[in-house]
Every structure is written in C-alpha cells, then in structure tokens.
Ligand binder design. Structure first.
Ligand SMILES: Nc1nc2c(ncn2[C@@H]2O[C@H](COP(=O)(O)OP(=O)(O)O)[C@@H](O)[C@H]2O)c(=O)[nH]1
Ligand SMILES: [Mg+2]
Length: 98
C-alpha cells in the first residue's frame, strides 16, 4: 500500500502552548525564562541608566543592571506531543500596552 504504513503513522506536529510571563519590574521574569528554557533564550536587555532613577524601583534588586525593553522568549519541549513557548514581558508601567 503506497504512501502509508500502519506500524509507523506519519509524524504529526506537536501541540504548542504559549505562556505569558508577566509581572512588575525586577520580580524575576527574565531570570525565570532563561532558567527553564531548553534553548538559549532570546533576550532584549538594555542597561539601566540615570533616566530610570526615581522611575524604576530597584528596592530589593539593587544589583539589577539591565531591563527588558521588548520581550524574553524561551522554549520547553514536553515529550513528543507538546511544546511550551515562554514569552516574558517588560515590567514597567510604560510598557503595559505590550
Ligand atoms: N533571590 C532571588 N533573586 C532572584 C530570583 N530570580 C531573579 N532574581 C534576581 O532578581 C533580579 C530580577 O531580575 P530580572 O530577571 O531581570 O527581572 P524582570 O524585570 O522581572 O525580568 C535579578 O537581579 C536576579 O538576579 C530568585 O528566584 N531569587
Ligand atoms: Mg525582564
């Protein structure tokens, strides 16, 4: 029977789920996506500058040196049938439209 084989059905694409990681500035969104992703995460970090003084609250994250300006992206494969796509947002109110 040409074109099919009951013992090895044609492979199907895995289901995909998009997970949005949202939250305030410095809560750990970028760290989370980068920690659990199986691929090198896409990052859009830019250095914090004096323009953020009094705007971006560094209380509790005094060592933070950069901030996400567009998105984080990572991927987790859950077996053969499911792939998770992780999207991290910027945290500041000025980026809430995203
Ligand atoms: N104590 C602690 N610090 C963390 C944890 N995750 C991230 N951090 C730190 O908290 C800050 C969070 O930064 P980042 O991941 O850029 O936060 P984002 O603004 O939410 O993306 C960084 O300085 C991290 O080193 C955590 O699970 N525990
Ligand atoms: Mg971030």
């Amino acid at each position: 029977m040409a074109g099919s084989d009951a013992a090895s059905p044609a492979p199907t694409a895995p289901d995909t789920v998009k997970i949005l990681v949202a939250g305030g500035f410095g809560v750990g969104k970028t760290t989370l996506v980068g920690s659990v992703s199986e691929i090198a995460p896409l990052r859009t970090e830019e250095p914090l500058t004096t323009a953020g003084l009094g705007v971006d609250d560094l209380a509790g994250v005094e060592e933070k040196r950069a901030t996400t300006v567009a998105l984080d992206f990572g991927r987790i494969t859950m077996g053969r049938d499911l792939v998770l796509y992780l999207f991290g947002t910027p945290g500041q109110q000025r980026f809430w439209f995203m």
